[in-house]
Design a protein around this ligand. Structure first.
Ligand code: SF4
Length: 114
């Protein structure tokens, strides 16, 4: 058998269902959302990063604090930041971050020894 150089095993991309906000784990609402001066977001929903950038605040689980957990939607939808308005559900960026999220969470599955 000839000697072959092996390249490192590449993680296969997870197979994702089509984007659907009703089933999605709100991955986009875990991203860092930069608040622009033109956005009218109540200050208690924002925070300032060490570099001075104003962003949407996150809760301890990493979700944007504006997520309405009881309805699983954006609690400030009509006045959400411009960056959220421009985010295209099912677009290339949405798919890319969902793929990363699925890959990271697949790795995080705990091993239970019995
Ligand atoms: S402001 Fe609304 S749409 Fe934007 S990240 Fe927060 S919950 Fe999601």
């Amino acid at each position: 058998m000839p000697d072959r150089q092996r390249s490192p095993a590449k993680q296969p991309a997870p197979v994702l269902a089509a984007a659907d906000c009703a089933r999605c784990d709100a991955v986009c609402c875990r991203l860092t959302v930069v608040v622009q001066p033109e956005d009218h977001i109540p200050s208690h929903l924002t925070t300032e990063l060490p570099g001075g950038l104003r962003v949407m605040a996150k809760d301890e689980d990493g979700w944007c604090v504006a997520v309405d957990g009881s309805r699983m939607n954006c609690g400030i939808y009509d006045s959400r930041p411009d960056v959220c308005r421009r985010f295209a559900m099912g677009g290339p960026y949405c798919d890319a971050i969902r793929e990363d999220y699925a890959r990271d969470h697949a790795r995080a599955i705990e091993l239970v020894l019995q």
